[in-house]
Design a binder for this molecule. Structure first.
Ligand code: ADP
Ligand code: MG
Ligand code: MG
Length: 909
């Protein structure tokens, strides 16, 4: 054997205020393992255990089970000994058994995506030892039946495969409940639990053909391998794909001593957050259950209670529970176990200060002793993300640069979506209220099954509770509503992570999956009925509710101001109407990077004149039709210039092929023929004449303006006259006229001449002048190669990365839908290049075009218009390529401002 083999440890121990690992080692130990190590070293009570590294998982994927067990066997045995010593118990002992939890943990948290096995080590003998040792037979047998159930599901593959399948264990339990006339798990007697264990094992034998494994070591290795396998399970793969995480990361396995929250009324388990994950408010909050084991809190089976008294009072208000009943039936942990609460409160403060971020923690109280099972940076909504970053900065925990870097650009999107119009809310019919689990406004049609969420364009997923299988449907739905579950239920946590509006625990809802109905206070709603959710208040509203534009205010405004402090790349907007321009300015756009003039021609009253222009047989006829269009274009430009108040406005001359404007349906062709007093056949002939085999490579862009110079003349006249008209009213305009689809210098020069001659003519007529510039789009690959020559004549460049991508890849954007998704699925492409700039390929052309352009005109202004101008990774690339500005749709302007600042901070500090 080679002696200089890989010597990196494969098993890392933690517990007893020490640890082999730390929080920096997420890639190797997974997020959960790294944080367990960190907490242990901080002196926080963590049940002792060890982490098997993600590299072992990767090794398993190539070497298989036997080889991997061989590789780590002696390390694992050693670590189990350490746990035994520290807990004073023994793995496999009949009298004094050590029980384990086996937990998965990838680099990033994937809520509920992978599987955990609790109470491992139990068998028919050990359970008796546990009875003896604790004097609590109900607890012991309950733990045993849970173990068989979890192990059967996770390791032995007995989980139901689809929503129609029955969970064999649930079926047995339901059966017994019916027979005994009880409804809750907690009502089972000791004998019931023993019967369940017997029946469960029987079910395992029947289903798998093997006896349930009794040897604790066999159980352990089975569970470890199952965790490795879960990395390639459907749920994990879906979540990975959705978030773009590579499949070779693998998962770590955490093996840890069990602590029990289900040992009676001195035990409990819960989940808590150092701040509010929905709003960002700086209040400690969370939920717990007395006498329960971990999964019970998140699964939504029992309604959990609040940790703090304040939270409990707020909860009671929403749940319409009066104070007496609250204090009696639903008291907070703060009231029930004040000492332990104090300890927990101390730990949450310590952890937040240590991590300098909001923490999401899991804890268990076993017979009056507090244990922390997990901490991580908590998932949060976009609004909470912004507020927490600003608050942490104000509290001095992070500086302003870090506050900016804490903002996930794409998540800002949530804050830029319409909200319910307060006026409409006043008259809304609120049919019930649940917990405001994830804020936002959602309107849609009711669906009851996750895999049917795409049945309607806008759907609201209505469930009794959700589970990890529902992930895909939750993603598709506009909002999520559950009848059960608290603020930390699966639905709530996942929805907040997705930034999706969610109301949970709306107890008044009666949901009937079979009949596909939702009943509230005697009123029945069906699949396909509209409902609206206000995720900020928990209100469930009948029908559709009107929405309005969001505003940039509060903490969001503070972040944007900070972004402007560090940003040196400009952000403009793509806007075709004065209204778009106004919205974009309110979001901080510093100009318009692209106004598409063709959209202006599609409006009903204009398309007619446009068609007459196209159908004209003579130059004279064409000019007559263009003269009809002139005043319309001029007033459009006046509106846009006025909205932009002196900021630069880039106007692109007519770009699309003419056949897009002519009618293709017989009825409209007839109408046009009548209007123009020509024959139907003449119209048909013209339409046929304009047809192209490959319109995107056809008669469009500057090729139009060079074959029909009258069009360029008219558009230039409209622009210059509009600016002069505004000047008379004391308003400055800064038009930048942009020639599309230039591939050769001569193409540009010909257009440039027409534009400048026309402008001169208008100046003479009006005996007045304005400043304007003439530049070009760079979107044909040849233009990037010839950029030095073109730059000698052009005042500015603007990369049209949509066409540039199309022509560089040779993918037709309109046809790529047929193969791009498959390419991405197969890994041939990492992302859709029309969404995320292909930095490697198309990016080279952006860099090259900029360099060559500036080699002949050093101060050449270079920008980007096109979808990529608002996509975070692309914006960062444009910054690093030295561009002067990016231009994007109005709603993406704040995102681009933020990313520009983040890129500057990363590059300079
Ligand atoms: P997830 O990543 O899905 O949150 P976890 O590994 O955190 O999965 O485990 C799921 C649940 O099992 C947790 O809620 C936790 O309370 C419980 N659990 C995990 N480890 C232990 C342990 N050592 N003792 C008691 N309960 C545990
Ligand atoms: Mg957990
Ligand atoms: Mg283009």
């Amino acid at each position: 054997m080679n002696i200089i083999e890989d010597v990196k440890a494969r098993v890392y121990n933690f517990g007893n205020k020490t640890a082999d690992g730390n929080r920096q080692m997420k890639n190797l130990l997974g997020g959960k393992g790294a944080n367990l190590a960190e907490m242990s070293a901080l002196g926080i009570p963590v049940p002792p255990g060890f982490t098997i590294t993600t590299e072992v998982c990767t090794a398993y994927n190539s070497l298989g089970k036997e080889a991997v067990i061989d590789m780590i066997k002696s390390d694992v045995e050693q670590s189990i000994k350490t746990i035994e010593t520290s807990m004073g118990t023994e793995f496999g002992s009949k009298e004094n058994p050590l029980l384990l939890s086996v937990r998965s943990g990838a680099r990033v948290s994937m809520p509920g995506m992978m599987d955990t096995v609790l109470n491992l080590g139990l068998n028919d003998e050990a359970v008796l030892g546990l009875v003896e040792k604790t004097g609590n037979p109900k607890f012991a047998w309950d733990s045993y039946r849970r173990f068989i159930q979890m192990y059967g599901g996770v390791v032995l593959g007995m989980k139901p495969a689809s929503k129609d399948d029955i969970d064999p264990f649930e079926e047995i339990m339901e059966h017994l409940k019916e027979k005994r006339g009880i409804s809750l798990d907690t009502e089972f007697t000791i004998q019931d639990l023993k019967d369940l264990v017997y029946d469960f094992k029987d079910a395992v034998k029947k289903r798998t053909g093997h006896d349930f494994p009794t040897n604790p070591w066999d159980q352990l290795w089975g569970a470890v391998i199952a965790v490795f396998n879960s990395w390639n399970g459907d749920r994990a793969v879906y979540y990975r794909t959705m978030n773009g995480y590579p499949s070779d990361w693998g998962t770590a396995v955490n093996v840890q001593a069990m602590v029990f929250g289900n040992m009676g009324d001195t035990s409990a388990t819960g989940v808590c957050f150092t701040r509010d994950a929905g709003t960002g408010e700086n209040v400690f909050n969370g939920e717990y259950l007395m006498n329960a084991q971990g999964e019970d809190v998140v699964s939504g089976v029992r309604t959990p209670q609040q940790i703090t008294k304040l939270g409990s009072i707020r909860w009671a208000e929403l749940a319409k529970v009066d104070e007496e009943e609250r204090a009696e039936t639903y008291p907070s942990l703060e009231e029930v176990m004040p000492e332990l609460y104090k300890e927990l409160d101390g730990i949450q403060k310590k952890l937040e200060n240590h991590y300098r971020d909001m923490q999401d923690m899991e804890f268990t109280i076993q017979d009056g002793k507090l244990w922390i099972l997990q901490t991580r940076n908590g998932k949060r909504t976009g609004a909470a993300m912004v507020k927490i970053a600003v608050d942490l900065m104000n509290e001095g925990l992070i500086d302003d640069k870090e506050a900016l870097l804490r903002i996930e650009a794409n998540k800002l999107d949530e804050l830029l979506h319409p909200i319910f119009d307060p006026k409409a809310l006043k008259t809304a019919n609120v049919i019930a209220q649940g917990l405001p689990a994830s804020p936002g406004a959602a309107t849609g049609k009711i669906v009851f099954f996750a895999d049917e969420a795409n049945k309607f364009k806008n759907s609201i997923l209505v469930r009794i509770e959700t589970s990890p299988e529902d992930l895909e449907g939750m993603h598709v739905a506009k909002g999520i509503l559950t009848a059960r579950g608290g603020m930390t239920s699966h639905a709530a946590v996942v929805a907040r992570g997705m930034g999706k509006c969610c109301i949970s625990g709306a107890g008044a809802l009666k949901i009937n999956y079979k009949a596909r109905t939702l009943t509230v206070n005697g009123h029945e709603y069906h699949e396909g009925d509209w409902i609206s959710l206000n995720g900020s208040t928990g209100n469930i509203i009948e029908g559709k509710v009107a929405t309005k534009e969001p505003e940039l205010s509060g903490e969001f405004a503070i972040i944007m101001k900070l972004a402007d402090k560090y940003r040196d790349m400009q952000v403009r907007t793509n806007a075709d109407t004065p209204n778009d321009a106004k919205i974009a300015r309110s979001f901080g756009a510093e100009g318009i990077g692209l106004t598409r003039t063709e959209h202006m021609f599609f409006e009903i009253d204009r398309i007619k004149a446009m068609r007459e222009m196209i159908l004209a047989d003579t130059v004279k006829g064409r000019i007559a039709a263009l003269n009809e269009l002139l005043p319309m274009q001029r007033s459009d430009f006046e509106g846009i210039f006025e909205a932009m108040q002196g900021l630069p406005v880039t106007i692109r001359l007519l770009d699309p092929p003419l056949h897009e404007f002519v009618p293709h349906e017989l009825a409209t062709q007839k109408e046009l023929a009548d209007d123009m007093h020509i024959s139907l056949q003449a119209v048909k002939n013209k339409v046929a004449e304009l047809a192209e085999f490959n319109p995107m490579l056809g008669h469009r862009g500057c090729r139009l303006g060079n074959t029909y110079p009258e069009i360029t003349e008219m558009q230039t006249r409209a622009i210059i006259e509009a600016a002069l008209n505004l000047k008379e009213r004391g308003i400055t305009s800064r038009p930048e006229i942009m020639v599309p689809l230039v591939g050769t210098l001569a193409e540009f020069e010909a257009q440039d001449r027409i534009i400048r001659d026309t402008a001169e003519a208008v100046f003479k007529e009006r005996n007045d002048k304005i400043e304007f510039s003439v530049g070009t789009m760079i979107e044909v690959p040849r233009a990037t190669l010839m950029a030095d020559l073109i730059a000698e004549k052009a005042d500015f460049f603007s990369f049209g990365t949509n066409d540039l991508t199309q022509m560089t890849f040779g993918y037709s954007r309109d046809d790529a839908g047929k193969f791009l998704p498959i390419y991405i699925e197969k890994g041939i492409l990492k992302a859709d290049p029309f969404e995320v700039l292909d930095q490697e390929g198309v990016g080279q052309l952006v860099k090259l075009g900029t360099e060559r352009g500036r080699s002949s005109k050093p101060k050449l202004k270079v920008g980007v218009c096109g979808e990529h101008g608002g996509e975070p990774s692309s914006v960062e690339f444009f910054y690093n390529s030295g561009l002067d500005y990016v231009s994007c749709s109005p709603y993406r302007v704040p995102i681009a401002r933020l990313v520009a600042a983040q890129a500057a901070i990363k590059a300079k500090y």
